[in-house]
Design a protein around this ligand. Structure first.
Ligand SMILES: *[C@@H]1O[C@H](CO)[C@@H](O)[C@H](O)[C@H]1NC(C)=O
Ligand SMILES: *[C@@H]1O[C@H](CO)[C@@H](O)[C@H](O)[C@H]1NC(C)=O
Ligand SMILES: *[C@@H]1O[C@H](CO)[C@@H](O)[C@H](O)[C@H]1NC(C)=O
Ligand SMILES: *[C@@H]1O[C@H](CO)[C@@H](O)[C@H](O)[C@H]1NC(C)=O
Ligand SMILES: *[C@@H]1O[C@H](CO)[C@@H](O)[C@H](O)[C@H]1NC(C)=O
Length: 522
């Protein structure tokens, strides 16, 4: 079979340097259904006009009562869309620390004056974007602090919460419970935002940085108490004795829920780093944190349909979601990690070509039932079975956000894959891209969420690792971050195979099986 292979890395360097005459004027409104108007070749030649349109329309998700609450600054999980018009119907009034992380990373970029973040947040008045972000960050902190006053048992961390009144509450199923993974994502997002604010020349930003720093300093004190069970065991979910008792109340208790421990070498590692650097653990406990994680960091070779071998880090499912950690901390400063994660995207893109799939896989919400408008279920087990720990997978639904790790490496190739999925019927709506589509084009998900959309936007913005690196240096933890990462990855990955293989480009389209585009996105 014929693979369309591109020497992607050198290519990206070249296009990055070329000025771009046909870029849309800032503030101009592109057509809602813009994706099919571009060709692959146009995006590869210069991804910036396409990216400008993506940012504009993904930014329509950032509206009060759609993706966040402008009264308290908190994110909403997402919203269902009308099957015919594509307009928001029933929002999910709840959210979690992971969505907060995506929102805060975006604001970090806006506060340092990123034109791309401004295009997303405030395309009609890009100059207003930094203050807009800063004001929401101020409201959000007030909400976090009121939550901490009412529910001091969380130690400042967030459970899944409902956010549609001024004060947030744990959702009914998260009363007295708190997850580590999502909070790890939140912590480093806040860390980046503080860096953005404290380096501003504006007093207001500097003051807000100090207030957020107090929150961060507080969760340094509580992290081990809430999540660390000793002997390297970090609770995946902690059961809290009583969320309304203060953390040091003699009646208060913390214990891991069931046998679930946070020891994954994927996004859960963000929380491990926090404990490692700031949890106040002994040298012995710090070392054992990595020791218990070691068996999960595994090398595996991708080989299929004439592609490979490509050495990659074995995935849990190999869902794109698992790569989240590189968006937040400067892992790519370790050359071995950058090369290994580039290999992962060689495998991800080429796998979809050899298996003739028009997009890529990541854990995602399933299609909506067109008669009820409700989501059928959540597909966790979506990735690449041959290079995953979990080999039983459902690989019939693809999602635009599966491109975000590709975008971090080569934004042109990433956007070409995004286009290929967005071109599917109904895959664009008045809030940007839709959640997911079946590979066979028979159904899709009339839903929009932070995870399925704003991961890609944050990857377009380059993630926040540049900001995090600076603050890690100020905090004198950067060198140790590099040496531990080098030590752990270097012990498992010696010589990488497949580095000469290019990223692959999509060759199949999502079939038109009669779904009709939304009337409000033409
Ligand atoms: C907010 O959105 C919901 C649907 O999610 C809608 O029912 C409600 O009227 C909206 N509220 C306001 C104030 O617009
Ligand atoms: C959170 O609440 C506790 C207990 O009331 C308090 O001691 C702590 O200072 C609060 N944290 C922050 C960041 O205000
Ligand atoms: C799927 O739905 C859940 C629950 O509503 C939401 O938190 C998540 O962001 C959605 N999308 C993805 C890609 O997980
Ligand atoms: C996803 O939806 C399809 C029908 O469109 C169904 O066959 C499949 O079992 C669903 N999977 C999950 C995990 O909900
Ligand atoms: C999956 O991971 C667990 C825990 O590390 C390990 O015991 C198991 O052998 C792994 N299975 C595969 C198929 O990689």
């Amino acid at each position: 079979m014929l693979l369309r292979i591109l020497p992607a890395l050198s290519f990206a360097l070249i296009v990055g340097a070329v000025p771009n005459p046909q870029q849309a004027k800032p503030g101009g409104q592109p057509k809602c259904r813009f994706s099919p108007c571009y060709t692959q070749a146009q995006i590869l030649n210069d991804p910036n006009p396409f990216i400008s349109d993506v940012l504009y329309w993904e930014g329509r998700f950032h509206q009060n009562n759609v993706s966040y609450n402008s009264y308290n600054g908190m994110s909403y999980d997402g919203t269902l869309l009308d099957e015919s018009t594509g307009l928001a119907t029933a929002k999910h009034p709840f959210s979690a620390a992971s969505k907060e992380a995506l929102q805060i990373m975006l604001y970090a970029h806006a506060m340092v004056g990123s034109p791309q973040a401004a295009r997303f947040l405030s395309p009609d008045n890009t100059g207003a974007a930094p203050d807009m972000a800063m004001n929401i960050m101020a409201l959000k902190l007030k909400t976090y602090l009121r939550f901490n006053e009412t529910y001091p048992g969380f130690g400042g961390f967030l459970p899944w919460f409902t956010g549609d009144s001024m004060d947030i509450q744990p959702t009914w199923d998260w009363v007295n419970r708190v997850p580590a993974l999502d909070n790890g994502e939140l912590i480093w997002a806040v860390y980046s935002a503080i860096q953005a604010m404290e380096t501003s020349s504006n007093r207001k930003y500097q003051n807000l940085a100090r207030q957020w720093q107090a929150w961060l300093d507080y969760i340094k004190l509580t992290a081990a108490k809430v999540f660390y069970a000793g002997n390297g065991v970090v609770c995946a979910v902690t059961d809290i004795g009583d969320q309304s008792f203060p953390i040091n109340d003699p009646r208060q208790t913390y214990k891991c829920e069931g046998s679930g421990t946070l020891n994954d070498p994927y996004e859960g590692e963000l929380f491990t780093w926090w404990l490692y650097f700031f949890g106040g653990l002994s040298r012995k406990d710090k070392d054992v944190l990595w020791k218990v994680k070691r068996p999960q960091l595994v090398s595996v070779e991708y080989k299929m349909g004439g592609v490979g071998p490509i050495t990659v880090q074995k995935g849990f499912w190999f869902s794109a979601h698992e790569q989240w950690k590189v968006m937040e901390i400067p892992y790519y400063d370790v050359d071995l990690v950058k090369r290994l994660f580039t290999n992962a995207e060689r495998a991800r893109t080429c796998n979809s070509v050899v298996t003739k799939v028009p997009g890529m896989f990541a854990s995602v919400n399933n299609s909506t039932d067109p008669t009820t408008g409700q989501i059928i279920g959540y597909i966790s087990n979506a990735g690449i079975p041959s290079i995953a720990n979990q080999t039983v997978q459902e690989v019939d639904v693809i999602t635009p956000y599966s491109v975000f790790p590709v975008v971090l490496i080569d934004n042109a190739v990433g956007m070409v894959w995004w286009k290929n999925m967005a071109d599917g019927k109904k895959m664009q709506n008045p809030y940007g891209s839709s959640e997911s589509t079946r590979v066979d084009g028979t159904a899709m998900s009339s839903f929009v969420s932070w995870d399925s959309k704003i991961t890609t936007v944050n990857a377009i913005l380059g993630g926040v690792s540049d900001l995090v690196r600076q603050k890690m240096k100020t905090d004198s933890i950067y060198n140790e971050f590099i040496s531990v990462t080098q030590r752990e990855y270097g012990a498992v990955f010696k010589n990488l195979k497949g580095e000469n293989i290019g990223l692959c480009l999509p060759s199949k389209k999502v079939p038109d099986r009669g779904l009709v585009d939304y009337t409000q996105c033409q």
